[in-house]
Design a protein around this ligand. Sequence first.
Ligand code: GLU
Ligand code: MG
Length: 467
Amino acid sequence: MTTLADPVPGGRPGDVERATALGGELAGRGVHGVVLSYVDTAGIGRIKTVPTARLPDAAAWGVGMSPVFDTFLANDAIVSTDVLGSPDGDLRLYPDLDQVTVLAGQPGWAWAPVDRITQEGERHPGCGRSLLRRIVSEAAERHGLTFRAAVEVEWTLGRGDAPEGAFVPATTGPAYGATRQVEAGDYAADLLAACAAQGVDVEQFHPEYAPGQFELSVGALDPVAAADRSVLVRQTIRAVARRHGLRVSFSPAVLARGVGNGGHIHLSVWRHGVNLHSGGEGRYGMTSAAESFTAGLLTHLPGLTALTAPSPASYLRLRPSQWAGVFAAWGRETRETALRVVTGTAGLRDRAANLEVKPVDLAANPYLALACLIAAGLDGLAASAALREEVTGDPARFTAQEAAARGVRRLPVSLAEALDAFREDGLLRETLGPVLADAVIAVRQGELAAVDGLDDERVAAAYRWVY
Ligand code: GLU
Ligand code: MG
């Protein structure tokens, strides 16, 4: 479980002693530096590092970094809001000692996610990880609710010797093909070994649909740990690939056409240790609370896409009939609805039942995405929202009238549409708070301006290697 208490200047009781012991242990394992990692509003992982010997100091006082990164774009241009984007100010990055991990794919390095607090010792209002911690802790305190989450990771593996900027698939075999596993076997074995050494509980690894595409799924954790893990897993996938002369893209659309890379989020709500998606009186064993949680997500999905699919490239992926879930609807094990109700196999349901949110990609900041998904679900739960009828099969086959009759809406088809929906969604803006909501708007507007006039191929190329 993630520690839910905020970092404090000087360190929480015991932190410095713990960091001292941890630093000694890391040094003994040949670790020279610790990567301090967070994800910005645009979805880019940003870091600072400290030598291993400085870990106790970082645990006590944090490490400085400008708040300007909250309004960085994916291409490193800077936009601004009323309060963010100026060259002034400083924040302290506090490593979460519970999550310090020796990086098996990067000998000499360890990694830790950070919370960002101000120099006055307050939570930084732009810190997505702190926000998610708060939402999770409030749900536990006020409603006795906890969550389990996991982020699926899809990526395309390119040849390292491809011409600059180009994507040449590293494998030639078919989707889900045995050939592909042979072609990438040494890389994949090293990847699984690195995950195991890092304590990452991999559930599955397989070749995916698109050329050179693979997927790895991990076990569910509390939401903060799940977001941390998705960042760590991506760092590992990339690092191991590099050692094999390969290149990795997590972009939603490596190419303008065809199936993209998703980052589906699995989410379940629990009360007093009981999974609310199983053993209930509702459809497929959902309790009425789980049905209402699902209904809340459906209501807010249009605005949520500004967080779960935040890149102009996201909308090259979000097309019907590609299993990306572009219709606001739900269905049991339906891969074309935005929400796939996963019941799990008989015998495992009390543990395995969950909701898969499909219109999510890996350009998303996982902390912000999870914070807003949980808030949307809780909104439905608080209102005892009714869940409409299930949809089976591909909603793309419905005529406009049929779709309207079933209440099935197409999710935003562009970042501009998603941003409009976000602006209109008071709950999501309130969840983020004014500083982060403004940052999301400014950054999305900045991304839109950055691709203004570009055709799909150029949009795909612009974001191909940044995520
Ligand atoms: N690659 C698909 C996507 O873009 C997902 C395929 C799957 O269901 O795993 O989301
Ligand atoms: Mg997949």
